[in-house]
Write a protein that binds this ligand. Structure first.
Ligand code: HEC
Length: 421
């Protein structure tokens, strides 16, 4: 008679042998299923990567494609673990902001990429896939549209970058109040970031030495240069900028609007015609929102320093100031920033903290505005890497780097939307 239980006995013997070697933890009744593409990774990619990796965005590779993702699994895990991908953004545990879940991965989510790659990047069950999530919010029927008058033919330098400014006509006949701003990239595959400025000086190109009336010209790093004031900063993934009830930005007739485009392309020839959409209010708001900057000036970063820190602390001597959101700005050697509000009584409120990447700058709008009370100090701290191995190093050997507007100089600014009170 056949021994029906022989296989079972042998199988159990094997399992016990494995359990004995691996320890009790590996011997649960039902083993924890490992991560799969459809259940564990695809939803994260859809949420936090697709804004750039959808095949048309700046990330070039389409990580929504399962086969591509599988082939790139180890690279994805490495880029995610190093903090390069998704590009560094504000840490929402410091202060929650609009769209944080799309721009920031938690340590557990980062570990999931590694575990999935280590398991051989299994696909799993397509029925568990998450629906497309990005590209959601838009300003419907915008009240004001600023569009490049014609398409710009992108001409990148050897590193793939081009910085191009376009002066836009301001159609306003009366003062308007901006409630919401949305950047609309023309060719998302080459638009790396957009900065929108207002120029009260009426000749935006003057500081770049271009003839009066020039509508398009090369321009690098215009933040705080010239007479310009930042209105918005866009990077792929940044959502519509929306100000809370009672707060708006004033825009006057006659002010010139300048769009600074940062293109990133592997070859010339792409045609881009980007635009900005805005929602306006004709009524003056309770709080007029304007841009203010916080940060240390001037300073020198010694050659070779791998972790040089500069800090500024400014006490509010006037009225309470409400801070709605901000854009951290440094140059190529910038590594990280930290801004907080403190007082002598020991209060300490985190305002912004994160790693910095010059090529992925963005504006963050807080879920709840922060109020900077009279007597409190606003502290801004930046850290740079000026060593030979720094990612943004352009000088070999490294040189002392001074504060300044040039790309080979450095800055440390929190460019913030504020109002009084
Ligand atoms: C804001 C845009 C943006 C987001 C969001 C983003 N990436 Fe990227 N990614 C890029 C760009 C630009 C590149 C190409 C330049 C480079 O290699 O750094 C890139 C390159 C990569 C590469 C290398 C591709 C290759 O050609 O080998 C991987 C892998 C990657 N990203 C993974 C991710 C993952 C995973 C996420 C989400 C968790 C993510 N990225 C989110 C912009 C982005």
């Amino acid at each position: 008679m056949r021994d029906e239980n022989a296989w079972k006995r042998r199988a159990f013997g094997l399992i016990f042998a494995v359990c004995g070697a691996a320890g009790a933890a590996a011997c649960g009744a039902e083993p924890e299923p490992g991560p799969t593409w459809y259940r564990d990774i695809q939803p994260l990619v859809e949420r936090s990567c697709a804004a750039c990796h959808d095949g048309v965005g700046v990330g070039r590779v389409d990580l929504r494609d399962a086969a591509t993702a599988q082939a790139l699994a180890p690279t994805m895990a490495a880029r995610v673990a190093s903090g390069e991908m998704p590009p560094p953004a504000l840490d929402p545990s410091c202060r929650p902001y609009a769209g944080a879940e799309k721009m920031y991965l938690s340590p557990e989510e980062r570990a999931r990429f590694r575990a999935w790659a280590a398991a051989g990047a299994p696909l799993g069950d397509p029925g568990e896939a998450a629906p497309p999530q990005h590209g959601a919010a838009h300003i419907e029927d915008p009240d004001l549209v600023f569009e490049m008058p014609e398409a710009h033919e992108v001409a990148p330098d050897d590193d793939g970058n081009e910085y191009w400014c376009v002066v836009l006509d301001n159609p306003l006949a009366a003062t308007a109040w901006i409630k919401a701003i949305e950047a609309v990239p023309g060719d998302p595959s080459v638009v790396h970031h957009i900065a929108l400025y207002r120029d009260a000086g009426h000749d935006a190109g003057a500081g770049y030495g271009v003839p009066p009336g020039t509508k398009g010209f090369p321009c690098r790093n215009p933040i705080l240069e010239l007479d310009w004031q930042l209105l918005h900063g866009f990077a792929p993934g940044v959502s519509v900028m929306e100000l809370p009830k009672g707060a708006a930005i004033r825009l006057d007739p006659g002010e010139q609007i300048v769009m600074q485009m940062h293109y990133y392309a592997s070859k010339p020839g792409a045609l881009d015609r980007s635009a900005y959409h805005m929602r306006l209010s004709t009524e003056a708001p309770a709080a007029e929102v304007f841009m203010d900057v916080f940060g240390p000036v001037p300073f020198t970063i010694p050659a070779g320093a791998s972790q040089h820190v500069e800090r500024s602390a400014v006490t509010n001597e006037g009225e309470p100031m409400t801070i709605y959101g901000l854009l951290p700005h440094m140059h190529l050697l910038g590594r990280s920033y930290d801004a907080w509000i403190e007082d002598d009584a020991g209060a300490n409120t985190c305002v912004a903290r994160g790693h910095f990447d010059f090529h992925h700058q963005a504006l963050y709008m807080f879920d709840e505005p922060v109020v900077w009370q009279p007597g409190q100090r606003f502290v801004t701290e930046c850290t740079w890497d000026n060593s030979t191995t720094a990612k943004g190093q352009t000088s070999f050997p490294p040189l002392d780097v001074a504060w300044g507007e040039g790309t080979n100089q450095e800055m440390c600014f929190m460019v913030a939307y504020v109002s009084k009170p």
